[in-house]
Design a binder for this molecule. Sequence first.
Ligand SMILES: Nc1nc2c(ncn2[C@@H]2O[C@H](COP(=O)(O)OP(=O)(O)OP(=O)(O)O)[C@@H](O)[C@H]2O)c(=O)[nH]1
Ligand SMILES: [Mg+2]
Length: 327
Amino acid sequence: MNAGGATNDHDNGATFGIILLGNTGVGKSFLGNILLGREVFKHECSPSSVTHATEFQAYAADGDSYAVFNIPGLLEDDQDAVDRNKQEIYKAFQQSPNSVVGFVFTGGSGGRIKSEDLIAFNAIHKTYNFKQESLVIIINDLPSDRPKTYESETTIKLERLLKIPNVKVCFLNHINTRDAGECEELCKELVEFIIVQCEPHIHEKVADIQLNVDVISQLKEELRQQERKFKREIALLTTKIAEIQRKIEADKLRRDQEYKALLQNMAEEKRVHEAEELHPKQLIGKLRTEKIADTHRYQRSSHMVQQAHKKKKKFFELCCFGGSRSQ
Ligand SMILES: Nc1nc2c(ncn2[C@@H]2O[C@H](COP(=O)(O)OP(=O)(O)OP(=O)(O)O)[C@@H](O)[C@H]2O)c(=O)[nH]1
Ligand SMILES: [Mg+2]
């Protein structure tokens, strides 16, 4: 156990892993804490990397138990540090091969997709061969006043540069950590993408992570060439951009409506059961407890919806294909 209560014992006892990867400083530890709803992983604004050893924390959503991993970033200036980070990444997949991967990119540089993040992704992807179903790309720390087409353009760009069709991308605003509502909104987005939309998958290491700091500038040049090509193509993709943008907005609206309906139901239930008069101090305490419970109930109900979808899909496959598809 470390000071924050995270653990690095080998047997995590969890059914699935939530493996947050990415370079140093992109906010992996910060987002791990947001998901867990507690400050357990060390994170800070720092000129040097902060997390140096793999650790995890238990997290429960409905009937499933997860281990949320806090892992060092891959890229650093010297090769020894990169090699050490590779070993720490291997550890997480050894401890929880059956996992969901959240690959965190920074959006904090005016929303620019950084070549360092693409290079780190490609290097780890070659080693674990990520599957679309169990992967989400998280763009963290984005300005909330970004243009409307930012999300669709970025989704298309990532599909091409990462060569993963229909890759899931979760766009997260830079939040004020003192604002409980903004933290809750961020948690809600993470739960939706990581727990509800992703399905855990077994990750096998097919090769060592190949990343040599001496060849980074050459890799950056290759990416610049791909970017130039993408810029020429984007002009021809206006219909696709508009289509993806509509889908992103409709999904967000649906999620917000589901969440609002859930909160309304709970408020209604509360009104029915709340006959007793409370002292204002007691009332504040009660409301605080209920706000935390609301987030957990939302997580549980989202998970239940996902389970129901899975059962429906299995039932449909059994009827139509005699179960041969789910083998
Ligand atoms: N206020 C605010 N801070 C953020 C946000 N996203 C990331 N940060 C901050 O960004 C800094 C770096 O985040 P970390 O979580 O330490 O980054 P990391 O990816 O774990 O970095 P390493 O441990 O070095 O690999 C921390 O100070 C975070 O609190 C955000 O949306 N709002
Ligand atoms: Mg960290």
